[in-house]
Design a protein around this ligand. Structure first.
Ligand code: UFG
Length: 340
């Protein structure tokens, strides 16, 4: 298949692009490089063993997206592009609605005009909201507690409505839990702009000396060690989930499929700091800090639907996730080089 990968220069998009190519697909990256660097492209080319077609286009731009899709002969779109920082979304809600909803609308419009019938969407476990039971199942009700989360809930709804209006459309809503890790080469990985919001890049920056210590947000949660527990999965397993979902969309009777992508096993913040300390060979300093507003005690998937329907499981261990993150971060302490 020839596949348009929006946000293909980003963390999850770049790993998925490589796996699409390895599976025999032709992947075409479209990215506005607002939260990614152009220097990822030559590294992807090296890993793929051939140049990857890419376009510097903002997919919220309807005309530009239309031109790209019109001439593209794409069979599917994987839509990663979007803004994803919870705190920033509270401060700049309109940007989040404009970018996240706008990109989905312009891609769907262009797909409709040019006969592209499959879309795989980057959703998030955030759509289970605040009070969901664990493990989380796809049929649970959706809600959100911040504008970022609402954009994911709303984009899922937009995609469902589009599939009602056009039953030939095939939509995969992939609800990611907590993606971490990096490509085994250590040449591509997660490189958040500014101060990272997420635990793993923060730990990695402490390990490499960019930050002094890990702040552990709360040790009084109702969990075994009191710190928050999450379902971390290796980005390479997550990327494989996209390839499996795309294959499966060719045969689904239902226009819309929803799949949790997680391991089903929670790991605490303290356990993660310990695992990373083993990986980098040094006990990483941490300090207990107050809970972060809006955080929940536990979030982990029931991944059984993806296992049954996609034949997919996330098997890489926490130690592998930490070792691969450490390889990437130690080889690239400042992340990707800045664009010229
Ligand atoms: N944590 C710390 N210290 C830090 C950062 C995080 O202790 O410096 C803790 C958090 O309190 C939480 C765990 O580490 O217990 C994981 O936090 P992340 O920010 O890495 O991940 P979240 O599960 O909070 O957030 C993720 C996604 C969001 C999404 C959310 C809800 O990053 O996009 O899941 O699904 F909204």
């Amino acid at each position: 298949m020839r596949i348009l990968v929006s946000g293909g220069a980003g963390y999850i998009g770049s790993h998925t692009t490589l796996q699409l190519i390895a599976a025999g697909h032709e992947a075409v990256i479209v990215d506005d490089f607002s939260r990614s660097k152009r220097s990822v492209i030559p590294r992807l080319d090296a890993l793929a063993g051939a140049p990857i077609e890419w376009y510097a286009v903002d997919v919220t731009d309807r005309d530009a997206t239309e031109s790209l899709v019109a001439g593209g002969s794409f069979e599917a779109v994987i839509h990663f592009a979007g803004l994803k920082a919870v705190g920033e979304s509270v401060e700049q809600p309109l940007d989040y609605y404009r970018v996240n909803l706008g990109s989905t609308l312009s891609l769907l419009a262009a797909m409709g005009r040019h006969g592209v019938r499959k879309i795989v969407f980057s959703s998030s476990a955030t759509v289970y909201g605040e009070n969901a039971a664990v493990p989380m199942e796809e049929d649970f009700p959706t809600s959100a507690t911040n504008p970022y989360g609402w954009t994911k809930v709303m984009q899922e709804q937009i995609l469902r409505d589009a599939a009602v209006a056009d039953p030939s459309l095939r939509v995969a809503l992939l609800r990611y839990f907590n993606p971490v890790g990096a490509h085994a080469s250590g040449t591509i990985g997660e490189d958040p702009s500014g101060i990272p919001n997420n635990l793993m890049p923060l730990i990695a920056q402490v390990a490499v000396g960019r930050r002094e210590k890990v702040m552990v947000f709360g040790d009084d949660y109702p969990t075994p060690d009191g710190t928050g527990r999450r379902d971390y999965l290796h980005v390479e397993d997550l990327a494989a989930g996209h390839v499996a979902a795309l294959d499966r969309l060719g045969t689904t009777a239902d226009p819309v499929s929803t799949w949790n992508l997680g391991t089903g096993t929670p790991t605490s913040v303290r356990e993660m700091v310990d695992a990373f300390s083993r990986a980098c060979g040094r006990a990483l300093p941490f300090e207990i800090a107050p809970r972060r507003p809006g955080d929940i005690a536990e979030s982990y998937a029931d991944p059984s639907r993806a296992e049954t329907e996609l034949g997919w499981t996330a098997d890489r261990t926490i130690d592998q996730m930490c070792e691969d993150t450490w390889r990437w971060q130690s080889q690239n302490p400042e992340g990707y080089p800045d664009d010229e």
